[in-house]
Design a binder for this molecule. Structure first.
Ligand SMILES: [Zn+2]
Length: 292
């Protein structure tokens, strides 16, 4: 056991006291341990604080990046949706044009319904952003109706059988052979060179393919909805009676056979046996023919 002697000097007397200081032995190591612990704690606190601050800065940066991305996404999405809606509007317009073209020519197709089935979201309605996430596909009547419409369109004469300038229109005209008097011209004449391709203007079945009086070499195609088309004065015929043909198929080649003054294509559109002005069938925007 360690003992120390403490000398106390006062004006009156001098005394000595003996104190037990065994614990002083432990004071130094305890102080050293305490000092080391304090320093270690300080360093640890410093590291943790630095990490926290760094993380915080990083998170703040990420958060602001995320906010920017969400804003960009919102802008992008609404731009994209607007573009889709505009495209949808154009499609509806085209479908409407086709439907009106057909209706004016006596072809009635199932009415077009652009409404989605009950319970399905209408893509044209507002608030689309809230529903992004899970698109709900549906096969409504729109797709079905459009298919019917396109089928009817392919079955009805549309467009030109040959790309060339018109040389004679439908209706009364001066007689091209005698030069005097006038005659009824029951079709449309397209200028062309002998050998140029002649295309069918609708899906159908060939009912005539051969030589027939003033028509010369002629092809007649029967279509749906009471329609038929005639392609006359051909130099060559590529099809046979009974053959199914599609819009755009090559039926033969331009020539000058039959009652003709030079190579050209005489094109007729008939409805229930009556010849109509083929110019009313050249494009979707052509004026409607008079049907009776
Ligand atoms: Zn003609």
């Amino acid at each position: 056991m360690t003992r120390s002697t403490v000398l106390i000097v006062t004006p009156d007397q001098t005394r000595s006291i003996e104190i037990n200081v065994w614990w002083l032995r432990w004071l130094r190591p305890v102080l050293i341990v305490l000092a080391i612990s304090t320093v270690a704690l300080g360093v640890a606190l410093g590291i943790v604080t630095a990490r926290y601050l760094s993380e915080h800065r990083h998170n703040t940066r990420q958060l602001s990046q995320l906010r920017q991305e969400v804003a960009n996404l919102r802008n992008f999405t609404s731009t994209e949706i607007n573009a889709k809606l505009a495209a949808l509007g154009q499609s509806e317009q085209m479908v409407d044009n086709v439907a009106r073209y057909l209706k004016a020519r006596g072809v009635n197709v199932t009415p077009i319904s652009i409404e989605p089935p009950k319970g399905m979201p209408n893509p044209a309605a507002g608030g689309v952003l809230a529903r992004i996430g899970k698109p709900t596909p549906y096969t409504g009547s729109f797709a079905h109706d459009t298919e019917n419409l396109l089928q009817a369109l392919q079955d009805t004469p549309l467009g030109v059988p040959h790309h060339g300038p018109l040389s004679s229109r439908f209706g009364m005209r001066p007689n091209p052979f005698t030069g005097h008097g006038s005659e009824f011209h029951g079709g449309l004449d397209f200028k062309g060179d002998a050998g140029d391709s002649v295309h069918c203007t609708a899906n159908g079945k060939v009912i005539v393919a051969g030589r027939e009086g003033g028509y010369g070499n002629v092809v007649e195609v029967e279509h749906q909805h009471g329609y038929a088309t005639v392609y006359a004065h051909l130099s060559r015929i590529n099809v046979k009676p009974g053959q199914q043909v599609r819009a755009g198929d090559v039926l033969g080649a331009i020539g000058s056979t039959g009652r003709s003054t030079g190579p050209h294509l005489h094109y007729e559109v008939q409805h229930d046996g009556k010849r109509l002005d083929p110019e009313k069938f050249l494009s979707l925007s052509a004026p409607a023919p008079a049907l009776d």
